[in-house]
Structures are given as structure tokens and as C-alpha cells.
Design a protein around this ligand. Sequence first.
Ligand SMILES: Nc1ncnc2c1ncn2[C@@H]1O[C@H](COP(=O)(O)OP(=O)(O)OP(=O)(O)O)[C@@H](O)[C@H]1O
Ligand SMILES: [Mg+2]
Length: 500
Amino acid sequence: MGEVLLRLEGVSKSFGGIKAVRDVSLDVRRGEVHVLLGENGAGKSTLIKMIAGVHEPDTGRIVVDGKEVRIPDTRTSESLGIATIHQELNLVPELSVAENLTLGRTPRKFGLVDRRAVRKYAQEAIARIGLDVDVNRKVGTLGVARQQMIEIAKALAMDARILILDEPTAALTRTETDILFDVVRDLREQGVAMVFISHHLDEIEEIGDRITVLRDGTAVDTVSAGAGEAELVRLMVGRSIDDLYPRRRGEVGDVVLNVEGLNQSGVFEDISLEVRAGEVVGIAGLMGAGRTEVLRAIAGADSYESGSVTVHGKRLPKKDVAAAVGRGVGLVPEDRKNSGLVLEASVAENLGYATLRSTGRAGLADLRGQRRRSDEVAQQLRIRMASLDQQVRGLSGGNQQKVVFGRWSMAGSDVLLLDEPTRGVDVGAKVEIYELVNAITDAGGGVLLVSSDLPEVISMSDRVLVMAKGRIVGELTAEEATQDAVMSLAVKEVDSSRVR
Ligand SMILES: Nc1ncnc2c1ncn2[C@@H]1O[C@H](COP(=O)(O)OP(=O)(O)OP(=O)(O)O)[C@@H](O)[C@H]1O
Ligand SMILES: [Mg+2]
């Protein structure tokens, strides 16, 4: 490991009454991947935002190349050679891939935007991470995983000496994560200093050199990679967790959800599946396999051309979310920003949105009962917040995800469609979410679980369906579903002549 490029000395940051970061010191060296690990709300993003020029520390010093610096804005951070990939995507959906990649540094010729140079720059930037998209496409038309790859490409193209990656792999499947890690290894060779945040312990062990653990805003320890996952969990949550995937399998009952021959040309084809009471059915696949699209069609969020969706023996109308919700179908979508979370509203209000109608008595919303249930769910999921009245905007990323999940579990949905439900959620809270999944199936509900987290989808599902290019290409029992078995199905070439 080389010399120290970046050093934080006793930095602190508060928001109102909340001390998000307290007296943290750490250094990042040339050619090092320094991991920040901690539960949701521990202060990881707040810490890196002080380096990225989003927040200034209340106390403490930031030292770059041995000199104390002030970083009041993003521009200053970039001019110090620091590039940051933020946890929340910062792309402009209405602009093209190329425009997003060159935003703020648009190549010009004689004062005019040099379109050819913009395209060339963009193509090189995405080629570097093995991404194949049309750079003229509007970013808003791409899925979350591809948007995340573009965000990564944008930061990498800056040729920074210090690179900060705040949960860059949360939306990626293993295949894209591998590509990203190859790039990270290259950068390490070239002497770039990196700060890397992830909730995936296997990734941390794989790519990290040193790991600093944050708890409640305080740095509790810095350890070398190789400490072992169990030790990392203990440092992070202050206790050990024996079973990271506590799936409880019970009696399987009648079919609660039946999907037959669902088609939407160019998106998915001939999707037939059923979920029984008490069952968790997983759907695995690569980025772009069509998993999210299938869930959205079942939930009534998008339409389909032919086929049928039946819940408890009754057919659901197409593209009618209200009808689906009324029949107990809940969707926890993959994209938090468009998930119906109202950032300005409180935690209690957000948790209650799906229930207000069903719990209302004589047309009046049962506000008291709702508040009590919100409180229970918030405690069960350990949502870290100042109070139930805090705005959701002020919650950390993982805690926002818990609110989305909590809403549907509160609504008592008995057909739950989960799309990457634990993305960005820390290991302790994941276990809480899995316990809620168990509670739903114990009560006779059925769950359809889309997840790119292979250990999760394998360990929590009772059967795993594998999708590729818009089709279901295989089904594995819980016993058969190993990572290798799932991946070999997921990459198997299917007849793509009918699905574009
Ligand atoms: N702009 C803000 N306003 C109010 N509170 C904030 C703000 N930003 C962060 N916080 C609070 O600071 C604490 C730390 O949040 P931070 O986002 O740093 O957590 P994190 O470790 O990145 O969590 P996660 O794993 O969920 O991303 C949390 O209690 C959060 O609610
Ligand atoms: Mg964060």
C-alpha cells in the first residue's frame, strides 16, 4: 500500500438533533480499496458526502496530499481529483446517455457542442465497463442496473486519483459486479485510492484491503480484509447472527396466484407460473431478463398483450393497480425513487398509504390504529429515524427501503411481489425482512421474489424459476438451486428470434 492520499481527522456532522457522524478519523492510501461497513443509518453516506463536497463537516479536518482542504462544493472535490458515485442515482432521465456522461464537461468546438466528440467520449466511457447501450437513448428509458452502470462510467471517465463508490453494486447482478471489480483491480494497480461501500459481505472480503466499521456514526474499528464475515457482522451490529437466511418452510396450500401465457412482445413471452399459499417462489436471471417487467404486469402497473393473471381463482383486470391492491396483491418495486414513497411525507404517513382505505371505518380513516401499527412495523424492521413524524427524505437509503417493504407488510397483502426487496439493506435488517416473509407465508400468503442476490434468492425461495431474454428457461427445487445451477440456466442461449 502506498502513501496516504486522503485523511479524515476527527470529523463530525449533525442534522438537527441527529449526530450522523461523530469524531471519525481514517486514511485512504494509494492503491487501496478502503471499505466502509455499517448498518443502515450508521453514517457511511454522510461521511463520504463530506469528501464529495455535499456536506461540510461541523468539526474536524480533511487532508488531501498532506494539505488541509475545505471542500464546500462538488466542483472543489472534483478539482482535487476526487470522483464520487453516489448511492442515489444523479442522472437526468430526459437526457441521453451521452449527454449525461458529458454533463458539466461538454466538449465544444468553436463554442458549439461538438456532437461527434460527445458521442466518442460516451462510447469510450461505457465500453470501459463493458456496457452495450445506444448512447443516444434517453437515460429514463433504461432500467436501474443500466443507469447504475452509466453512473459508474461517468465517474470512471474522470480519471480521478481518489474514487468513492457508495453502494455501486446494490443494483447490479453478479455478472456486472465482476466487470466492475475488474476495473477496480486495474485502478488499484494504477495507484488510485478508493473508498467502497457495500452491504454484501462476500464482495467486501473479495475486493477490500482494509475495512472501517461504523456504528451509530462512530468508527469502531479498522481491520484488514480476511477477518471473516462472522467477525464483520459482529463488529457491525454488536452481536453475532447465526442464520443470515432464516427461511421457515411449512405446509403448502392452494394456488393463490396463477399466471398463464403472459405475453408482451419484445419484453416477455409465454410466462406461466403459480404461487401457492405458504410458498416463496424465486425468480433469478441476468440484468434485462425481464423479471421486473413480469412483476409489474402481474401487479397491474403495466399492461400485457395476452395471457391471464388469476388471484384466488378470480381473474385480475389488466393494468389496474387499484384492483390488484384491492385483491391483496402488493408490489415492492425495485426503484425506490419511483416506488410511491412520498419523500416530503412522514414515515407514519408513508407506511400507512396502502392501508388507509382498508382500515377505514364508516368512511373515516382509522388514524389511531394506523399509527400503532406503523409503530409496530417500524420497530420490527428497526427503521432508524428520529420519530414516526420524520420526513422520509431524511432517512438513510436502506431505511427508506424498509419503509417501502413495511407499507406492504402492513397492508396485509397475501400475494406479495418483491423486486429486489433487500437492495441496500444491512445484514441485520435483511434478517428482519426475511422474518416478515416467513410471517406472510405462515399466515397463508404467497410470495414471488425477484432478486439478483443469489444467496438470497436461493436460500429464501422454495422453488427458483430462472428467466433469460424474457422467458422462463428453467425451474429448480430448493435442493437443486445452487449458484452454479442458477447461473448456467440464466446464461443459456434461448431462441431469441421471437423476443427482440
Ligand atoms: N439530509 C439529512 N437530513 C436529516 N438527517 C439526515 C440527512 N442525511 C442523513 N441523515 C441522518 O444521518 C444518519 C446517517 O445517514 P447515512 O445516510 O449517512 O447512513 P448510511 O450509513 O449511509 O446508511 P445506508 O446503509 O442506509 O445507506 C441517519 O440517521 C440519517 O437519517
Ligand atoms: Mg448510505
